[in-house]
Design a protein around this ligand. Structure first.
Ligand SMILES: [Zn+2]
Length: 129
C-alpha cells in the first residue's frame, strides 16, 4: 500500500525491487554516488515505459536495469562491476545473464562462473562486511 491507500501495482513492485537490487550492487562496488543513483532512476523510468508496452517483460526488469546502468557507467566511469573472481589478467566487467529473462545473475565469461545474483554482489566481493 502506498500513502494514498491504493494498492501498488505489480509493475511498480517489480520496478521498486529491481531498483533496490541494482542499488545494492552499486553500494557493494562503492559507486553509489548521487549522479550514479540518478542513472538508476533514468533506467527505471525507461523500463516502466517498456513494461507498459510489453507487460510479459515485468520479471525481466531487474536484469535490464542492471544492464542499462552498466552501459551508462561504462560511458561515464568505466567498467562496472569488476570481476571479483579472476585474480590475474586484465580487469574485466561481469555480464548479466540472462540478458532478457528472470532471475538475473552476474557472470564472468573468462572464468565461466556465476558470481552472484543481481543484488548480491556485496556477498560475492566481501565488501558488504
Ligand atoms: Zn573474471
Amino acid at each position: 500500500m502506498d500513502p494514498s491507500g491504493l494498492p501498488i501495482s505489480p509493475l511498480e513492485q517489480a520496478l521498486h525491487a529491481a531498483r533496490a537490487l541494482v542499488l545494492a550492487d552499486l553500494v557493494a562496488g562503492q559507486v553509489a554516488e548521487a549522479d550514479v543513483v540518478s542513472l538508476v532512476e533514468e533506467s527505471v523510468v525507461q523500463r516502466r515505459w517498456w513494461v507498459e508496452q510489453w507487460p510479459e517483460g515485468v520479471s525481466y526488469v531487474a536484469g535490464l536495469i542492471a544492464q542499462d546502468v552498466q552501459d551508462a557507467l561504462l560511458e561515464r566511469y568505466g567498467r562496472w562491476p569488476l570481476c571479483p573472481v579472476c585474480g590475474s589478467g586484465d580487469p574485466h566487467a561481469l555480464d548479466v545473464e540472462p540478458e532478457l529473462g528472470p532471475d538475473p545473475h552476474w557472470v564472468c565469461h573468462q572464468a565461466g562462473v556465476k558470481v552472484a545474483s543481481v543484488g548480491s554482489l556485496g556477498r560475492a566481493t566481501g565488501s558488504a562486511s
